[in-house]
Design a protein around this ligand. Structure first.
Ligand code: NI
Length: 264
C-alpha cells in the first residue's frame, strides 16, 4: 500500500508540473507567510466498472477515508461522491464520473474503446496516479468534446488531480474569499466567472471560486494540441448548527466549477 503522504505528494507534483498557475498561486500565498491546507483534491472519470469512482477511491479508503454524500449533475450527466478522512487536515477527495449510458452510442463506443486498450493496466492500485494510459487522437478528442467537455478532458488527461483546492479558512491574511480572489487577480490569475465569480454563499455554508484552466500542450496520437488542462479552486466553509464546519459540497456551485475546463 502506497503511503498516503506519498499519494498526495505525487498527485501534487504531477498537477504542479502540468499546471504552471499552481506554483504561481503557492508562491504568492507563501510570500504572504501563508501555510496552505488543501480543502479537497478532485478527480474525473468514466462510470465504466473498470474506471469508476470506487476504483479511484480505493487507495484512499485503504487509508481510512470514508464516503460522504453523493451528488447528481443531470445537465452534465455526472454523478459524484466525496470522501473524508478522520484527520481533518487531510484533504477531502471529490470524485465525479461521467454516465456513459447517457451519451450517444458513438461517444460510448469511443470511450469504452479507450478503456479496452488498457483494461489489464486499470487494475493497478495506483490508478489515481497513473495519468492517461490509453492512446487517443485529437480527432477523437473533438468528437467527445462535441457531446461532453468533461468526457473529452478525461480522454486527454486520464487519472490525475483535476484540481487542488486551497482552504480559505486556513489562511491568516484574507478575511474573505473575495479578498483572496482580488489579490490573485491583481497578480494575473484569471477566474471562472460562469454563474458568478463566487459560487455559493454563507447561507449554503460553502463559498467557492476557481481559476480558468491552464492551456496545456497534450500529445495526441495525431499530433500535439493545446487544450484546457487543470485549474485551481478556493473554498471557504461555514459552521453548521452544531458549530463544526460544513463538510459537504453544493451541487449548483460544483456544476459551474466543472466549466473551468471548457474551451474558451
Ligand atoms: Ni472542487
Amino acid at each position: 500500500m502506497i503511503p498516503l503522504d506519498e499519494i498526495l505528494d505525487r498527485l501534487w507534483q504531477d498537477y504542479a508540473r502540468l499546471t504552471p498557475q499552481a506554483r504561481t498561486v503557492h508562491d504568492l500565498l507563501r510570500s504572504r507567510g501563508e501555510r496552505i491546507i488543501n480543502d479537497h483534491v478532485a478527480f474525473r472519470t468514466y462510470d465504466d466498472a473498470r474506471t469508476g469512482i470506487d476504483r479511484l477511491a480505493a487507495p484512499f479508503v485503504e487509508h481510512g477515508y470514508g464516503p460522504g454524500a453523493e451528488y447528481a449533475f443531470p445537465e452534465k450527466k455526472l454523478t459524484a461522491r466525496y470522501y473524508s478522512h478522520p484527520d481533518a487536515t487531510r484533504p477531502k477527495i471529490f470524485i465525479s464520473e461521467l454516465q456513459l449510458s447517457a451519451l450517444s452510442r458513438q461517444f460510448q463506443s469511443l470511450a469504452v474503446g479507450l478503456i479496452d486498450q488498457v483494461s489489464a493496466d486499470l487494475r493497478r492500485p495506483d490508478l489515481c496516479l497513473s495519468g492517461r494510459l490509453w492512446k487517443v487522437s485529437y480527432a477523437q478528442y473533438e468528437v467527445l468534446r462535441a457531446e461532453s467537455e468533461y468526457g473529452a478532458w478525461v480522454a486527454a488527461f486520464g487519472f490525475r488531480a483535476n484540481h487542488f483546492t486551497v482552504s480559505v479558512n486556513a489562511l491568516q491574511s484574507f478575511d474573505s474569499l473575495d479578498a483572496l480572489n482580488r489579490f490573485l487577480q491583481r497578480h494575473g490569475l484569471r477566474f471562472n466567472a460562469i454563474g458568478g465569480e463566487i459560487k455559493g454563499s454563507p447561507a449554503v455554508l460553502l463559498e467557492q471560486s476557481s481559476t480558468l484552466a491552464d492551456e496545456t500542450a497534450v500529445e495526441f496520437s495525431d499530433g500535439t494540441h493545446t487544450v484546457p488542462g487543470c485549474y485551481y479552486e478556493f473554498a471557504k466553509r461555514y459552521p453548521t448548527a452544531n458549530g463544526s464546519l460544513y463538510e459537504g459540497f453544493v451541487p449548483a456551485s460544483a456544476d459551474k466549477i466543472f466549466e473551468s475546463t471548457y474551451r474558451r
